[in-house]
Design a protein around this ligand. Structure first.
Ligand SMILES: Nc1ncnc2c1ncn2[C@@H]1O[C@H](COP(=O)(O)OP(=O)(O)OP(=O)(O)O)[C@@H](O)[C@H]1O
Ligand SMILES: [Mg+2]
Length: 232
């Protein structure tokens, strides 16, 4: 579904991505793990062309999307929930969701019903300004907004951040259900290993802008491996 090869990116003279190779299969959830500052967010931003790519390739299905602009990448089928969520606090819940539909071919249609069914609070609060939602509700809104454009690939950057544990658990259930019921694949950057365990089919670990280790969900119990790559 998504195939990233030898991707490089830099901020000025500081090279952050040093040749990332990563694949995301159809209906797969892959977790991207790594200590702070290793380049996880930079990878997501470069996939969305928010940070310019200096080398390498990104393919979405059969299509080479390297070098496309951010809105073209969104239109081609990549949904993105940035770290910190990136919702518009002063707009209402419904206005935020409508922003998510801009990437659709004719920008029309309503909020997909399954989102309101899944997150009824968003329907109840649709006229409320988003800034007054709780952390968990904001995350539900951010993910729903990204899903409004019916993406083939969803990029989630630390969705559990600032969300209380029981809501994190619900988020995990939602993500599993999402890939079960829809043609979508998810790349999730996450520090919360419980959520990773609950949702991801497999994981990749990034160290200094490169994937240095990959494993199946079952390998997340390997304390030595976690210690080696993730402990601070
Ligand atoms: N806009 C920027 N300008 C310059 N350097 C940046 C910028 N954003 C990030 N960096 C640097 O790039 C490196 C990778 O940052 P990035 O945010 O991708 O890490 P991360 O793995 O997402 O970390 P975290 O787990 O803390 O979110 C860090 O050294 C960071 O300081
Ligand atoms: Mg980050």
């Amino acid at each position: 579904m998504l195939r990233v090869s030898q991707l490089t990116a830099a901020y000025g003279s500081a090279q952050v991505l040093n040749g990332v190779d990563l694949e995301l299969g159809h209906k797969e959830i892959v977790a991207l793990l790594g200590r702070n500052g290793m380049g996880k967010t930079t990878l997501m931003k470069s996939l969305m062309a928010i940070v310019p790519v200096s080398g390498g390739r990104v393919r979405l299905g059969e299509r080479d999307i390297t070098g496309l602009r951010t809105h073209e990448i969104a239109k081609s089928g990549v949904g993105y929930v940035p770290q910190g969520r990136g919702i518009f606090d002063k707009l209402t819940v419904e206005e935020n969701l409508r922003m998510g539909m801009r990437a659709l071919p004719n920008g029309a249609g309503g909020v997909p019903e399954f989102l309101y069914e899944q997150f009824p609070i968003l329907r109840e609060r649709r006229a409320q300004v988003a800034g007054t939602l709780s952390g968990g509700q904001k995350q539900q809104l951010a993910i729903s907004r990204a899903l409004c454009s019916n993406p083939k690939v969803l990029l989630l950057d630390e969705p559990s951040e600032g969300v209380q544990p029981n809501i994190v658990q619900e988020l995990g259930v939602f993500l599993r259900g999402l890939v079960d019921r829809h043609d979508i694949a998810v790349l999730i950057v996450e520090q919360n290993l419980e959520l990773v365990h609950q949702t991801a089919d497999r994981f990749d670990i990034m160290v200094k802008g490169r994937i240095v280790h990959s494993g199946a969900n079952s390998e997340l119990d390997d304390q030595g491996m976690l210690q080696r790559f993730l402990s601070v």
